[in-house]
Design a protein around this ligand. Structure first.
Ligand SMILES: [Zn+2]
Length: 402
């Protein structure tokens, strides 16, 4: 017999192993035990502006948007960081007012739903609230320009409960270059480095989602505490400036930092990204035309979502399993201590992957990690403990700086 013929079945097996990696069957008892007390943290959800601007009811199960208490409960989510951006059209003179309004909304959510929510400021708060069977809610700022270049305001934000600040948003600001805008400072300006040092000193986490690679490197050179990327995915799967290259992932891991995966279908999958980008200007034109007609119409938000959903349907379907691939990429590159979940739900409206349409679907990701053969210890780290570790380290650096 020819040697290759004898090798036939072995070769076939080998081919099968390459095309379909072995999956560990899910042990239902182990899954139930894990879900019983696992802490699931989502580091970036944008719901407060809908509550503030549109009267969105967070206490009931909604058919629109991606987050509310009943769905958080079903998803067994234990802690949520709410992002506070500024509307694109808002003048800088109104930034502080806008943040104070959004912060008030988050604190008021905890007051209105005391059986379900509690405002948290520390890692210990999150653990205590989770053990008490409630959901910890936390506040964060999306874009360094919102501190209006004033360290007094930065410190006041922290005193009011803002636990991290994303150094830039989509635009480059007066001291930090964004990944989606022109590079003005070659990373961080001298004042930008002062901002990072002050954040370390007071205990506010430094978020490098949205910023350019040069800003990431300047931040890592400056910071004395681990950083987070609160809602960024992996460039190896989708080459958008919003995602992180393997070099940046290694640099963040070397700092002890954590990357929280963004669930935007276009950030998860290159083909979806290409369709999304091709249609983006047409979509934005349709949205602007609709809002011009329906400025004060209560139906406006639903019409807005319908337009987004129509364009999202043009994208090739992306399964939630893509999220697991992004997690696995980081685990293989730098280990299980440097990755978590930062969905960007209610910030990526309608661009969600199939099977991960809202916060109620989180258990699917826990099952998915079990199928990939992850240990309970690693699943717990990725689900929430990596975030607690960074928070504690930031608290420690601040305590030692006083
Ligand atoms: Zn963002």
């Amino acid at each position: 017999m020819h040697p290759l013929v004898r090798l036939g079945p072995a070769l076939l097996l080998l081919t099968f192993a390459i095309s379909a990696p072995a999956q560990t069957p899910v042990d239902e008892q182990r899954f139930a035990r894990l879900m019983d007390d696992i802490l699931i943290v989502d580091t970036h959800i944008d719901t407060p502006r809908y509550i503030l601007d549109e009267g969105y009811d967070f206490g009931i199960e909604n058919k629109t948007r991606e987050t509310d208490i009943p769905r958080l409960r079903r998803g067994r989510v234990g802690a949520v960081f709410f992002g506070m951006p500024a509307p694109a059209s808002l003048a800088p003179a109104h930034f502080v007012e806008s943040i104070l309004d959004q912060l008030d909304t988050i604190h008021e959510m905890a007051r209105h739903y005391p059986d379900d929510l509690e405002f948290a400021r520390t890692a210990a708060d999150i653990e205590r609230i989770h053990k008490a069977g409630k959901i910890a809610i936390l506040a964060s700022i999306e874009g360094g320009r919102l501190m209006v270049d004033d360290l007094h305001i930065l410190r006041d934000y922290y005193r009011l409960g803002v636990l991290y600040m994303t150094l830039s948003h989509f635009g480059t600001n007066n001291w930090a270059d964004s990944s989606t805008d022109v590079a003005v400072h070659g990373g961080l300006s001298d004042f930008g480095r002062d901002v990072v040092r002050e954040m370390n000193r007071i205990g506010m986490m430094v978020d490098i989602s949205h910023v350019s690679d040069e800003t990431i490197l300047d931040t890592l050179e400056t910071t004395r505490a681990p950083v987070i990327a609160s809602h960024s995915s992996v460039k190896a799967f989708s080459n958008t400036p919003r995602n992180l290259s393997d070099a940046m992932i290694r640099a963040i891991a070397a700092n002890g930092g954590v990357i929280f995966i963004n669930f935007h279908a276009g950030y998860l999958n290159q083909r979806a990204l290409e369709v999304y980008e091709k249609n983006q200007s047409a979509r934005d034109r349709d949205l602007a035309a609709m809002w011009a007609q329906h400025r004060n119409d209560p139906a406006g938000p639903d019409l807005d979502l319908a337009i987004r959903a129509r364009y999202a349907k043009k994208m090739p379907p992306v399964s939630y399993e893509a999220i697991l691939d992004h997690i696995d990429h980081i685990v293989k590159l730098v280990g299980p201590d440097h990755v978590g979940f930062g969905s960007d739900f209610d910030g990526i409206s309608a661009m969600v992957p199939e099977g991960m349409e809202d916060v109620s679907k989180y258990p699917s990701l826990i099952r998915g990690m079990m199928r990939k053969g992850y240990s309970d210890e690693d699943i717990r780290k990725i689900a929430g403990e990596n975030l607690l570790r960074v928070m504690r380290q930031c608290e420690k650096v601040a305590a030692e700086s006083r």
